[in-house]
Design a protein around this ligand. Structure first.
Ligand code: HEM
Length: 452
C-alpha cells in the first residue's frame, strides 16, 4: 500500500530540516502536499501527518481498538517505568488513567492555584532590576516545585530541593542512552549506563521514601495532594495502586508536566513582550483579576506554539484515514500545529489575538494542544491554572524586556517544540504595587505601576 506523498530526500536531511524549524517545515509540507502527508524522520520510520479536523476527530474519538499510543513511548520505560500511563495501551492504560484523572479534576484545581501562586511569587520576588534570565529555565523551576508540592505533596523546601536534584538528573537522560540498550548497560560507575543506574537508584529511593511516609501518615484522609488521593483510590475491582505503580505514575506526571508547561509559559512571555498592546491588555487583566483573559493568553499561545506539534497513534490493522488506506504498523500523527493554523477554523490564523478565545467556544476539534479522546492530557487543568497564575504574578510584579531584537527561533527539543535559547530577558524594574488582584476579584487601583 503506497503511503501518502511527502517530502523526499535523505532521511537525515529531512530530519535535520525539521529539527531546525519544525513549525515552518510542517506548514511548508502542508501547503505542498495537502492535509495528509508522509514524513520519514530519523529513528521514527514513516509517519503520516493528518491535518484534516474530521479525520483527527475520528482518530481521537472513533474506534480505538486498532490504535496504540503507549507503544510509541516505550523508549521512556527505563525512566518512567513499565506501569506508566504514558507507555501502556488497552485495558491496563484505561485502569491507570481512571485512577489518575480524578485528582486533576474540578475543585482540586483551586487547591493547586494557591501552591502555584506561592511558588511563582517566591520565584519572581528573587528577580532584581538588571538580572538576565532564561525564562524557560525559571519557569521549569516553578513547574518543578508545583508538581513536587501539588502532586507529590512534599512541603519542606529541603525535600523539594532533594527531589529536584535527583529527578532532574534522571529526566535529563539523553534520548540516545534511552534508545540504546547496550549503551544503558551498567559497566561500572564511570560508564554512561552506570551513571544512569546510580542516578535512577537515588531518585527512586527518594520517591519510594515519600510513598512510604505518606502511607504511614495519620492525616492521609485530610490531605488533597495527588499522591494522597492516589493512595486512597481503588479501581473497579477494589484494588489499590501498588508502590511500583505509584512510583511510575509520580515520575510520569513530573516528566509529562513540568517542562511542557514551562515551555508554554516561556512562549507566552515571548509573545507578550514583543506586542505592546497585548502586553498592556494582559497587565490590566493581571491587575483586575481577569483570569478569563489570562487564560485566553495561554490558549492563544498554545494555539500558535503547541508544545507538541502532533500526537501519535500506531495502527494495529489497516485503516482508512482521510481517504487514504493506511497499512498496519504505520504511525499516524494528528497534526495539532497545522489544525491550529487552518484559516477555515481560525480567523487571521497567524496573528496573536487572545481575544479570539473570549468570544466563546472555538469550533470543536480546532484547538487541541492537549490531544484528545482516551489519551487526552491528564494534567491540562493544572497546566492551564499554572499559566494563568504565573502570568498574573509576573505581569503585576516586574517589567521584563527581551534581550534579542528578534524572537527566539522555534526549534525541536527532544519531541517538543521549544524556543531555541529559552527566551532570554532582562528585568527592567520591579513594579511598585506587587499585589495582583485576587483571582476573579476586581481592583483597578492596583494597575497603576510605577518604578520602585
Ligand atoms: C502546557 C502543558 C502541557 C501540554 C501542552 C501537554 C500536552 C499533552 C499531549 C499532547 C498529550 C498526548 C495526548 C494524546 O495523545 O492525545 C499529553 C498526555 C499526557 N499529559 Fe500532558 N501536557 C501538558 C501538561 C501536563 C501536566 C501539567 C501533566 C501532569 C501533571 C501532564 C500529564 C500528562 C499525562 C499523564 C499524559 C498521558 C495521558 C494518557 O496517555 O492517557 N501534562 N499531554
Amino acid at each position: 500500500m503506497p503511503l501518502p506523498p511527502g517530502p523526499r530526500g535523505p532521511v537525515a536531511v529531512v530530519s535535520a530540516r525539521f529539527a531546525h524549524r519544525p513549525l515552518d517545515r510542517l506548514v511548508q509540507w502542508h501547503r505542498r502536499y495537502g492535509d495528509v502527508f508522509t514524513v520519514r524522520l530519523l529513528g521514527f520510520g514513516p509517519g503520516v501527518y493528518v491535518a484534516d479536523p474530521d479525520a483527527v476527530r475520528q482518530l481521537f474519538t472513533g474506534d480505538q481498538s486498532d490504535l496504540l499510543a503507549g507503544e510509541a513511548n516505550s523508549v521512556l520505560i527505563p525512566v518512567l517505568g513499565e506501569h506508566s500511563v504514558l507507555v501502556l495501551d488497552g485495558p491496563r492504560h484505561l485502569r491507570q488513567r481512571k485512577l489518575l484523572l480524578p485528582p486533576f479534576q474540578g475543585p482540586r484545581v483551586a487547591g493547586f492555584r494557591e501552591i502555584i501562586r506561592d511558588a511563582a511569587e517566591r520565584e519572581v520576588d528573587r528577580w532584581r532590576p538588571g538580572d538576565e534570565l532564561v525564562l524557560r529555565e525559571r519557569m521549569r523551576a516553578v513547574g518543578f516545585e508545583v508538581i513536587c508540592r501539588a502532586v507529590f505533596g512534599v512541603r519542606e523546601p529541603a525535600r523539594v530541593e532533594a527531589l529536584r536534584v535527583a529527578l532532574s538528573a534522571v529526566l535529563d537522560t539523553s534520548a540516545l542512552l534511552l534508545a540504546d540498550e547496550r549503551l544503558r548497560a551498567d559497566h561500572g560507575r564511570f560508564s554512561p549506563g552506570g551513571r544512569f543506574a546510580r542516578r535512577l537508584a537515588v531518585a527512586d529511593r527518594l520517591v519510594h521514601a515519600e510513598i512510604a511516609e505518606r502511607r504511614r501518615a495519620g492525616d492521609l484522609d485530610a490531605r488533597d495532594d495527588v499522591l494522597s488521593l492516589l493512595l486512597r483510590a481503588r479501581d473497579e475491582d477494589g484494588q489499590a495502586l501498588s508502590d511500583a505503580e505509584l512510583r511510575d505514575e509520580l515520575v510520569t506526571l513530573l516528566a509529562a508536566g513540568h517542562e511542557t508547561t514551562a515551555t508554554a509559559l516561556a512562549f507566552a512571555f515571548e509573545f507578550l513582550l514583543r506586542d505592546p498592546a497585548a502586553l498592556a491588555r494582559a497587565r490590566a487583566a493581571a491587575a483586575d483579576g481577569d483570569d478569563a483573559h489570562l487564560e485566553a493568553v495561554g490558549r492563544e499561545t498554545l494555539r500558535l506554539r503547541p508544545v507538541l506539534d502532533a500526537t501519535e497513534r500506531t495502527l494495529t490493522r489497516p485503516r482508512e484515514v482521510a481517504g487514504f488506506e493506511l497499512p498496519a504498523g504505520v504511525r499516524v500523527y494528528p497534526a495539532i500545529a497545522l489544525i491550529h493554523r487552518r484559516p477555515d477554523l481560525h480567523d487571521d490564523p497567524l496573528a496573536f489575538r487572545p481575544e479570539r478565545f473570549a468570544a466563546g467556544e472555538t469550533p470543536p476539534y480546532s484547538w487541541l494542544p492537549f490531544g484528545g479522546g482516551i489519551r487526552r492530557c491528564i494534567g491540562a487543568p493544572l497546566a492551564q491554572a499554572e499559566i494563568v497564575e504565573v502570568l498574573r504574578v509576573a505581569l503585576s510584579r516586574v517589567e521584563l524586556l527581551p534581550r534579542t531584537a528578534r524572537p527566539d527561533p522555534v526549534v525541536l527539543r527532544g519531541i517538543t517544540i521549544a524556543p531555541r535559547d529559552g527566551v532570554r530577558v532582562r528585568v527592567v524594574r520591579r513594579l511598585s504595587r506587587p499585589r495582583a488582584a485576587a483571582p476573579g476579584g476586581s481592583s483597578r487601583s492596583s494597575s497603576s505601576a510605577a518604578p520602585r
